[in-house]
Design a protein around this ligand. Structure first.
Ligand SMILES: [Zn+2]
Length: 191
């Protein structure tokens, strides 16, 4: 493994650890040339997944890119790195097992939103606003309105049979980081 700092190929494995669920091996490496330390992960890849972007260009699936976009959405939310790793693993497995030659970036976005919407509403809205790339204010308001309706459908205990969301997940919506915060009426439950 080439050193990412000085490009020397003279690196050594100092320590190897298997993840608790056995899904990857983490190796601490050491560069004998410049003394840097870095970590590599070894995972099973069932097959190469190709992603078709919205502009039609097909590129290999990049796990790191997906991980980064979810991490950005989950920033400062109560979601551990470990949890995010598991989300990415689960999506990667689904993609590899799908049998499709190419998967659109749109489909991957839907998989992520499906998981985040049940995990943390703030992370979900952040991810969705990047995914939908709202250009018009109205489009964005329409999206928020949909979420508002889902929340309004909750019963007194905060449970919803429609969405499966809980009160705790919904009550954090006023933290929503976009300028809409002043429109708090949007989030008020009519009941
Ligand atoms: Zn080095």
């Amino acid at each position: 493994m080439r050193c990412p700092f000085c490009a020397s190929v003279d690196t050594q494995v100092k320590d190897s650890r298997v993840a608790e669920d056995g899904s990857y091996i983490k190796r601490r490496r050491f560069c004998t040339e410049c003394g840097s330390r870095f970590t590599t992960f070894e995972r099973v890849q069932l097959k190469e997944v190709m992603v078709k972007k919205s502009n039609g260009i097909v590129v290999p699936f990049e796990r790191e890119k997906l991980l980064k976009s979810i991490k950005v959405a989950c920033k400062k939310r109560p979601i551990t790195d470990d949890r995010i790793e598991k989300i990415v693993n689960s999506i990667q497995r689904q993609l590899e097992a799908s049998g499709e030659v190419e998967i659109s970036s749109r489909e991957i976005g839907v998989l992520v939103m499906d998981i985040l919407s049940n995990l943390d509403i703030v992370a979900y809205i952040r991810f969705a606003s990047v995914y939908y790339n709202f250009e018009k204010k109205d489009d964005f308001l329409k999206f928020i309105d949909t979420i508002k309706k889902e929340i309004s459908a909750l019963d007194e205990n905060g449970d919803s049979e429609i969405t499966g969301k809980t009160y705790n997940q919904c009550s954090i919506i006023p933290d929503f980081p976009v300028n809409l915060k002043r429109d708090e009426d949007l989030f008020n439950n009519e009941k």
